[in-house]
Structures are given as C-alpha cells and as structure tokens.
Ligand binder design. Structure first.
Ligand code: GLU
Length: 444
C-alpha cells in the first residue's frame, strides 16, 4: 500500500447538505490537501428509494461554491456487485447469518432485556435456526436480513479526536448489512469502498462511533486494514440545544441564498470546536496550512448561524469593486456611479443582498424623517441645497452655508439634515452619500 493520504466525503443524497455535513467534508478535504493526497467525493446512494439526483447535483454545487474540489467521484449504486462479493465472502467464512425477526419482535426482545436490566443487544436467536426452520420462515415472511457476526472481543482504536476508544464487541448488536428486500446497507458498502479505494483517514460525526467499531471488525474479516478514524463532536445550537431538527434550516444552499460568503463559512467551520480562534481567512491555502485535527475537542460544539454575518460583512468590506461590479450593475447603478456606490455601501452591508435597499434609497429618495422642532430649519436648509450634480465637496460647502444662515452647529446641524436626506440617524459619511442621491424627497 502506498503512503498517500486518501480521504473521502460520503454523503447520502437524500437531502440538502447542511453545516454539520460541511464540518465532515471540510475536515476530510483539509487532511487530504495538507498531505498532498486525494479527496474523494463518494455518493452513498445504496438506497434507491431515498436517493435523488437533485441532491447529488446539490452536493456538488455546494462543494463547488465552497471551493472544496474533489479529485474524483464514486457512486455506491454503481458498485453493488462488489458488495455482493464481500457478502459472499462473509457467508463463506461463517460471519454472516440470516435472521427473520420482525421489527415488532425485535422491539419486544429489547424491552424484555431492558426490563431485566440487560443491554438491548440482539440475542442471535437466528443462529440457532435449522435449515428447515429458515425455509419455513422464508416461505412465510420472505427473505430475512443478513447480520454480521461480531467477535465478542474488545475493539480498540486511537481516535484522531476522541483519543483511545475501546468498545466491547459483545455490547453491540450484530449489524444488519443486507435488508430483507436485498438492499445492501451503507455499513457494508462503506467498508468495501474504504478498503478498495485505499482510504487512509475517515473523519465523521461522533454519531458514527459504534459504527466504526463494527466496521473495523468487518474490514478485518475481509482482510482489509482499517483507516485512521476521527469523530468530531456534534453541533448544537447557541444554547447547547440539539441541532439535529434544525439542521434542515441550515442547509448550505439556504446559507448561500441568504448571501453568506463561502469564505465566512469556511473560516467559521474550519475552527469551530477547536482551540484556535475563528478568524476571517479568504485563501484556501491558509485553511489548509492552518488545519490541525488534534486541536479539536470532543465536547459538543455550539454553532450560531448569526456568527456568519459579521464574517461575511468583514469579507465584503475588503472586496475591490471588480469583485462586485456585476452585482452592482444588476441593481441598475450607472457605471460612473459604481465606484462611489461601493465605497459608500461596502462597510454598511452584511450581505450583498443589502445593496438593493441602498440603491433603492439613493435612486428613489428616502422618506425624510424630520422632527417637529426641525421643520423650519430643514425647510430653510433645503432651499440652500444647490441644483445639479453633487460631488465630494458639496456636503461641506452646503453645511457651511446652512450653519452660517441658521447659526446651528455640531449635532444639531448635521443630524436633522442626515435624517431628512436619508431617513436614518446613522449611515455612511454624508459627503459620500450626497453625490449618490438621485432624488431628494426632503425638498418636497
Ligand atoms: N453516508 C454516511 C453518512 O452520511 C457516511 C458516513 C461515513 O463517513 O462513513 O452518514
């Protein structure tokens, strides 16, 4: 075996991928890139009923958007033969057996075991069935499921994040690898693929820890060498609440549509749950360079989508006009105003979606906000606003003239004017705003 590092991201195309999946994808990607290795996108589509092409396309689009480019794509649905070959091998070595319990029967067994204070582990009753009994059950219930016979010994590995792990094989139910309808399950497919594709490192969520125990035994039974495993902690909401139900609303697609910058997502997710600070980074080389899986902890990691906003804002504020020129032109901003428009808005937006209301305000005029005590002042000031094109000097000369005429100064001078012209008490420098105002409603 070569010592090339090979990782894979193995989503099931049964939905849109979310921030939890991104954590997995990113870690595997960064490990491969840092080692100059290979990153495989493996589509775990063994379930034809739940897998959809739409989601395969979605996964690729999301990874592309983030710049997590894969070296090749593999699809489990195209490799079913290989899984059957492995199943045959397991059968031949006496590590695979057919079982016929219905879900209700299994549930009952579990309840009984729990009542007796025993762990709810499958009792291997099927191992005692004679051929005649199996035939009778098959005739009555159809084909059974196929379970892998675990060795009742300790399964140990040194986890890249969790440290030394030891699982008692006897505490785990023999896993079902083939369903009654003949469908190969991911647990087997994954083992076959990881072995055959030479995967050296597997990072995935800590909900897979038990799976890893059984997969190590299946791999060993099939003569493969288990990869290094690392299990990252699961994400929780900002208050530590389970995120699993809300993950549907944290799809990468939705974040993209909400205007979150991929650089913001990568910056947060490459550091969240580690002992390194979250900093905005924009260059993939920096993410790769700065990644160290040993810095990640095992305790649940709080994720707050709100954190993506300041990172996005910071990213956007630093962008040159060229990078946003198309977005700005699409709003209808004339080319000769684009530079000025970007200079004024770049530090006053969270996402690019916020540009539209700014242009709306500049092009159509803001509803003036005028306090009662300022009415006369504004009426007088507006008569002094020059006609025609405004430039960077206009605001200075205009306010100097108004000051002279009205005797107002400081906040009492500037604030009412700002509110009358922009409808807001805060905002960008008025000398930059004024030249962009195409309509001034405060003039009546
Ligand atoms: N398809 C599996 C999942 O999405 C892959 C897990 C693994 O990385 O092995 O949970």
């Amino acid at each position: 075996m070569s010592d090339k590092t090979i990782t894979r991201f193995a989503p099931s195309p049964t939905g849109w991928i979310h921030v939890g999946n991104l954590r997995t994808a990113l870690m595997n990607y960064l490990i491969a890139r840092k080692a100059g290795g290979e990153f495989i996108l493996r589509i775990d589509d063994t379930d034809p009923n739940r897998s959809k092409e739409e989601y395969v396309d979605g996964i690729k689009r999301d990874l592309d958007w983030l710049g997590l480019h894969w070296d090749r794509v593999e699809r489990q649905s195209l490799r079913i033969e290989k899984y059957h070959e492995a199943a045959k091998e397991l059968r031949e070595m006496g590590r695979f057996y057919e079982a016929f319990e219905t879900p209700t029967e299994l549930d009952l067994k579990r309840k009984k075991q729990l009542n007796m204070g025993k762990p709810p582990v499958y009792d291997r009753a099927a191992l005692k069935l004679s051929e005649d009994e199996k035939n009778a059950l098959r005739a009555e219930r159809g084909d059974g499921v196929w379970r892998f016979k675990l060795l009742h010994e300790r399964i140990i590995w040194n986890d890249g994040i969790l440290g030394d792990i030891s699982i008692d094989g006897a505490s785990v139910s023999d896993p079902v690898l083939i369903r009654g309808d003949g469908q190969i399950l991911y647990t087997l497919a994954s083992v076959v693929d990881d072995t055959e594709m030479g995967v050296t490192h597997v990072v995935r969520g800590s909900d897979h820890v038990t799976n890893t125990g059984t997969q190590i035994q299946i791999m060993q039974a099939l003569g493969g060498t288990p990869p290094s495993f690392a299990h990252h902690s699961l994400l929780t909401g900002p208050q530590g609440e389970a995120l699993s139900k809300r993950l549907g609303t944290l799809a990468l697609k939705d974040l993209r549509e909400a205007g979150i910058a991929p650089q913001a997502l990568l910056s947060l997710m490459s550091r969240l749950g580690s002992s390194d600070p979250v900093e905005l980074r924009t260059d993939m080389a920096e993410f790769i360079e700065g990644f160290d899986i040993t810095r990640f902890g095992s305790s649940p990691t709080k994720f707050d989508a709100e954190d993506l906003k300041p990172l996005t804002a910071k990213y956007l504020a630093a962008l040159p006009l060229a990078d946003v020129a198309d977005d700005i032109a699409a709003l209808g901003v004339p080319a000769d105003k684009a530079e000025q428009f970007w200079a004024v808005t770049r530090e006053n937006i969270t996402t690019l979606h916020d540009l539209a209301p700014w242009w709306e305000m500049f092009s159509k005029g803001a509803e003036p906000v005028i306090d009662d005590e300022d009415r006369e002042f504004i009426a007088q000031a507006m008569t002094m606003l020059p006609d025609g094109e405004y430039d960077a000097e206009t605001w200075g000369s205009f306010t100097a003239a108004v000051k002279e005429a009205t005797g107002r100064k400081g906040k009492g001078l500037f604030m009412p004017l700002r509110k009358a012209l922009t409808g807001q008490a805060h905002g960008p420098d008025m000398s930059a705003v004024l030249p962009l105002l195409q309509v001034i409603k405060a003039r009546g």
